[in-house]
Design a protein around this ligand. Structure first.
Ligand code: ZN
Length: 69
């Protein structure tokens, strides 16, 4: 189980992958800018919500410096 780097909540990694792998039209495309995960600095980060992902995308360094509470 992985954790949301923004709020520290547990994230279902498998569900995040499935969600990300589908576009609105059902195509199996993985877009690193969509869904509840984000590719950053060589690895994937998973989020419990799109809101958290947006915060992370705006300032990733802020959330990576300190461990999630
Ligand atoms: Zn979160």
């Amino acid at each position: 189980m992985t954790m949301c780097p923004v709020c520290g909540r547990a994230v279902d990694e498998a569900a995040a992958k499935v969600q990300t792998g589908q576009t609105a039209h059902g195509a199996k495309e993985v877009d690193p800018k969509q869904g509840t995960r984000q590719f950053h600095d060589g690895k994937w980060y998973y989020f419990d919500s799109l809101g958290c992902r947006s915060k992370f995308t705006a300032r990733p360094d802020e959330f990576l410096k300190k461990p999630a509470q």
